[in-house]
Design a protein around this ligand. Sequence first.
Ligand code: PRP
Length: 205
Amino acid sequence: MINIALPKGRLGEKVYARLCKAGYACDEYSPEMRKLIFTDEKRGVSYFWVKPSDVAKYVELGAADVGVAGKDILVENEPDVYELLDLDMGKCRMCVAAKNDYKEDPFRPIRVATKFEHTARNYYAETGRDVEIIKLNGSIELAPILGISDVIVDIVETGSTLKENDLKVYETIYPISTRLIVNKSAYKFKNAEIRALAEKLKEKE
Ligand code: PRP
């Protein structure tokens, strides 16, 4: 039996559809159901839905053998897991953005609003700039508009949120896509099953 942690939401539904095509469907599943765990004994697979930012934690702790997580979460939390496959889905990028007329002042720390505190801190340390991090949990774009930060470090997908709020990208930190991650001991003890799953997912790209 392989236990798979899926991120709740639209991306998770798409990944589940891809797993079904790869032969890992679950007869018990329906999109309307509110059950968090569903299993298919004959196909040897069990799924559970978790908050996207928690997938890597479930995999690291061994509750799930494999899971699906965005590169953003992996860079931010550095979970002790293997990254087995780039699923080439959920593509976006981690960026520094600010108001259209923003000019960096080199004589004081940059005030950076973000959900991705560790990512932002590392990025500015690497580029040798002092920062003051303002940790927020969502609607990060509001911070420079309301004057509590100079810039934001956030995910940009289509760019519409920035555009509609008179903000723009100044720096791209790294590209993001969805990854198949694996618990380290499960990779040892269920190696054949997990590799077969990864191979089948690759075929269905
Ligand atoms: C993400 C991100 C941006 C938006 C970017 O927000 O934080 O706000 O998507 O997408 P776009 O470039 O296509 O406009 P999310 O929907 O996850 O909400 P939250 O960060 O406000 O919680």
